[in-house]
Every structure is written in C-alpha cells, then in structure tokens.
Design a protein around this ligand. Structure first.
Ligand code: DX5
Ligand code: ZN
Length: 220
C-alpha cells in the first residue's frame, strides 16, 4: 500500500441516507470518516453537530475525524468526544487559546488536530505543534464543498512538513478541499499523508475507484 490515508467527507453525501453512505465508503476502502461541523459564524454555512455523529457512531468502525469550524470550540469538545469523535481538529483562527483546546482534546482521550485556513501563515501553528497529533491544511476556504483546489497551499504543506521534520515529529498532514485524483499526487509530493475528499468521493459513481484514485496511484 501507499501508506496514504483517505478520509471521505460526509458533507458531500446524501444526508437523508447518511448511515448508508457511511457504510458505503467504509466498504469501498475509506480509512477515516471526515465530519465537517459548521456554525454559521466561524464559517458562512451550517452543517450538523453532535447528533449526526452520535447517530452514525454505531454504523461504522472507521475513526471519526471531526473538523470543527466553530467559534468557540472549547464548550463543545467533551460533547463531540462523547458522541464518538476519535480525532478533533480545531482552527488556529478560532480564538487565542488553541493550545488549551488541543490539551483538552487530548485529556478527553481523542487525537488533537490543528487546522489552518488558506490566509494563515504556517508559522501561526509553530507554538502548538508539540502538542498536536495532526495538522489539517485547508486547500479551499472553509465552509463549502465543491470548491477549486488552491495551488498556493502546496508550499504551506511543504513548509509544515519541514517544520515537523525539524522537530523530529512524523505527524499526519491532512489536506482538505478540492482534493481529487489530479490534485492528490501533488499534495502527497508536498508531504501530505491524509487526503480528505468530499465531492471527489461522494460525487463519483464508483466510490471504491474514487478512493483508490486519491491514494496517488496512477492508472487506477
Ligand atoms: C470544507 C470542508 C471540507 C469539504 C471538502 O469547509 O472542510 O471537508 O467537505 O469538500 P470537497 O472535497 O468537495 O472540496
Ligand atoms: Zn473538513
């Protein structure tokens, strides 16, 4: 295997059939299920919250990778872990205390991810890398699926990979937004190891082929 992890994003699924869609991407070889939580405040859109995650939890063995696009996040961290989140990503832009948020996520027994928007410099997360378990680089502006991949974010992925290498930390780097079979190989080359795919997976007729395509293999 390539060692690349694929995390289908439920945001692009048929919400009326969320349980079946989750089972379908699990059967099709998805590694994690990415769950986008939006509050209409940190990002200009609403999605779903703990109830969706709790309802899906018994339907899947996949790690639930929860991306919080909410401000504040801290009052809800325990509820998301209780609902079934295995990983929680908080945004560095969502308040001055991302360090505390990451500490809290870890204390709750989940893996802690730090996420950053396209406008944010990679140096903004330097002081929390020592307590993060993963890094999520937004490759579109957060809030909506189906947007065009921002090439400008590839150098950020590279920079974060080199910051981590310099610290002796081999953490997963996720890329999120516009990741498809064409952009994934470039993300992998830059040092990303987890491909989040919404439209590229749920918009495809064949989920298994779409997921295999995100692993950066050619000819599949
Ligand atoms: C956007 C979300 C993404 C979204 C990606 O704010 O964080 O996870 O689902 O969707 P695609 O893959 O369609 O760009
Ligand atoms: Zn996301």
């Amino acid at each position: 295997t390539s060692g690349i992890i694929v995390a289908p994003s439920l945001l692009a699924a048929d919400f009326a059939r969320a349980g079946e869609e989750t089972a379908a991407v699990e059967a099709a070889g998805g590694d994690w299920l990415h769950l986008d939580v939006m509050d209409g405040h940190f990002v200009p859109n609403l999605s779903f919250g703990t109830q969706m995650i709790k309802a899906l939890r018994p339907r899947s063995k996949l790690p639930f990778d929860v991306h919080l696009m909410i401000e504040p996040a801290d009052p809800f961290l325990a509820a998301f872990v209780e609902a079934g989140a295995d990983h929680i990503h908080v945004h560095i832009e969502a308040g001055p205390h991302a360090h505390r948020s990451l500490q809290t996520i870890r204390a709750l027994g989940a893996k802690a991810g730090i996420a950053l928007c396209p406008a944010t410099s990679p140096e903004a997360i330097a002081e929390v890398l020592d307590i993060a378990d993963m890094v999520l680089v937004m490759t579109v502006n957060p809030g909506f699926g189906g947007q065009k991949f921002l090439d400008s974010q590839l150098s950020k992925v590279k920079r974060i990979r080199s910051m981590l290498t310099g610290m002796g930390r081999d953490l997963p780097i996720l890329v999120d937004g516009g990741v498809d079979r064409n952009t994934a190989p470039r993300c992998i080359e830059a040092g990303a190891t987890v491909m989040v795919g919404g439209t590229s997976v749920f918009g495809a007729g064949d989920y298994a082929a779409a997921i295999a395509g995100l692993r950066g293999r050619s000819g599949s």
